[in-house]
Structures are given as structure tokens and as C-alpha cells.
Design a protein around this ligand. Structure first.
Ligand SMILES: [Cu+2]
Length: 261
């Protein structure tokens, strides 16, 4: 068995070297803003019932468009897409609502908030990470999957938690990981495909949301109190707002990243 494992390790390294050598630049000239069907932000699975909520919209009007990706360096990746693919760094709809902003309670929470028993899933699909931006809790299981018929190399680059770097040469491979410290953000990249990236927040509570393609977010089940809410975006940075949440109430806050006109 040991010699078989060693053989696979050697094959994996050989594949990485070959594919990295074949990969050229990942990004090309700017392309029109990526548009997708309007979808509200999914509610965090672990949000408790009761309490109050914070809702709002993240906006980026008249800003830079997203950038197209060339997957020609890996013909398997290129064959998985019939249409142009973009970085997912700037995803807006026609009215300037911004997706992929991570919105969370930064300050004001008390008590402990146990991690959910469900796994958080990071998938490699179409030679992109799904989701592109997400959150999970300290101690929660993270399940990383390769759904592609090609080699990926998952490289997590935290600064507080432990770094890891693991090849997944075959379709259907999975492995599990747990982060043990809160950290906003952990960047993931693929050492084979330079265009692949994902950002994952690790929190010690479940009060977070990622803006949907309509820019909306919702953080539900918050105990009444005063909070600092932060919006984090990989290209546009962070913005914070102070909110007061009442029992059964909904505090509204928007984050506007639009360039000054
Ligand atoms: Cu990859």
C-alpha cells in the first residue's frame, strides 16, 4: 500500500508540474459586467430563530466591470464552458446591486454560539470555486470537493489559522478540514489554475450573510442589542455601520461602494 501511495504522490506532483508549466496568464482584458438571474442572498443555515434582523443591499453603481478568464491553459477546463467566464470579483446586476459582499456582525455579540453540525461545502466545479465568497464557523466541518475531471490543488492561505495545500487529482475526491480560529478572510487558490480563488470567513458565531445577485443580504435571529456590521468585498474593501436591533424588529442598512461621481 505504501508504495502505491508513493506512486500516486509522485504522479500528482508530476501532473502539477506539467499543468503549472502549461498555464499562461489567467486574466484577459475587461469584459462586460457579469450578470446573472436575480437571486436573493441565501439565509445562513445556522441562524437561530427569534430575535431581530439586519437586512439591506450592497450597491456598486457605475463602477468597473468584471474581468474575463481564459481557461485555454487547461483544455479540460475550457471544454466545461460554452460561454464567457468571469472572475466573479465584480458581480453586479443591471441596476448596480453587488453580489459576493460578505456582511457580518463584527462587534457587539456576547455569549457562545456553537458550530452547526452540518458541513460547509467548497466545491471545485467548472474550474471555479463554488461558492466564491462564503462563511462558516470555528469548529464546523469544511468539506472540499473536486467535481471536475481534472486536477485541482486546494491551497488555503490563512494568516491566523494553519495553511494547507492539498492536491485533488481526480473527479469525486473529497476531504474535510476544520479551522480553529476566527478569521476574516481565508483566501483559497488553486496552484494549477491561476484564475481560481475563493474567500471564506471563519467566525465564532452564525450571524453573517453573503449578498446575492440582487445585492440583498439578511442576518436573522440576532439577540436585541447594538452591533457593528461590516461589509467586506475582495476588490472594494470594507465598510462598517452601527445598528440597533430590537426583538422582532428589522434594522436596515445599505453599503454603497459606488465611485464618487
Ligand atoms: Cu484548479
Amino acid at each position: 500500500m505504501k508504495s502505491t501511495r508513493n506512486l500516486w504522490s509522485l504522479l500528482t506532483v508530476a501532473l502539477i508540474v506539467t499543468l503549472v508549466g502549461a498555464c499562461g496568464g489567467g486574466e484577459e482584458a475587461a469584459a462586460p459586467s457579469q450578470e446573472a438571474a436575480s437571486q436573493p442572498a441565501p439565509a445562513p443555515a445556522a441562524a437561530p430563530a427569534g430575535g431581530g434582523a439586519v437586512t439591506g443591499v450592497v450597491i456598486y453603481s457605475n463602477g468597473d466591470p468584471d474581468t474575463a478568464i481564459s481557461m485555454d491553459a487547461d483544455p479540460v477546463c475550457a471544454s466545461l464552458h460554452g460561454e464567457a467566464v468571469h472572475t466573479e470579483k465584480i458581480v453586479t446586476d443591471n441596476t448596480g446591486n453587488l453580489a459576493n459582499a460578505f456582511v457580518y456582525v463584527k462587534e457587539g455579540l456576547t455569549g457562545s454560539h456553537p458550530a452547526p453540525s452540518t458541513s460547509h461545502v467548497l466545491n471545485q466545479e467548472g474550474c471555479q470555486y463554488t461558492p466564491h465568497v462564503s462563511g462558516m464557523q470555528v469548529g464546523q466541518k469544511l468539506l472540499i470537493k473536486n467535481s471536475d475531471p481534472t486536477l485541482h490543488n486546494v491551497h488555503a492561505m490563512p494568516t491566523v489559522n494553519k495553511e494547507f495545500n492539498k492536491g485533488q487529482p481526480f473527479q469525486g475526491m473529497e476531504f474535510e478540514h476544520q479551522f480553529d480560529q476566527p478569521e476574516v478572510m481565508v483566501k483559497f487558490k488553486c496552484d494549477v489554475h491561476p484564475w481560481m480563488s475563493s474567500f471564506m470567513a471563519v467566525l465564532d458565531h452564525p450571524f453573517f450573510s453573503v449578498s446575492g445577485t440582487d445585492g440583498s443580504f439578511e442576518i436573522a435571529g440576532l439577540p436585541p442589542g447594538d452591533y457593528v456590521i461590516e461589509s467586506w468585498h475582495e476588490e472594494l474593501g470594507t465598510k462598517t455601520a452601527n445598528v440597533t436591533v430590537t426583538d422582532g424588529g428589522t434594522a436596515e442598512v445599505s453599503f454603497d461602494y459606488s465611485p464618487a461621481g
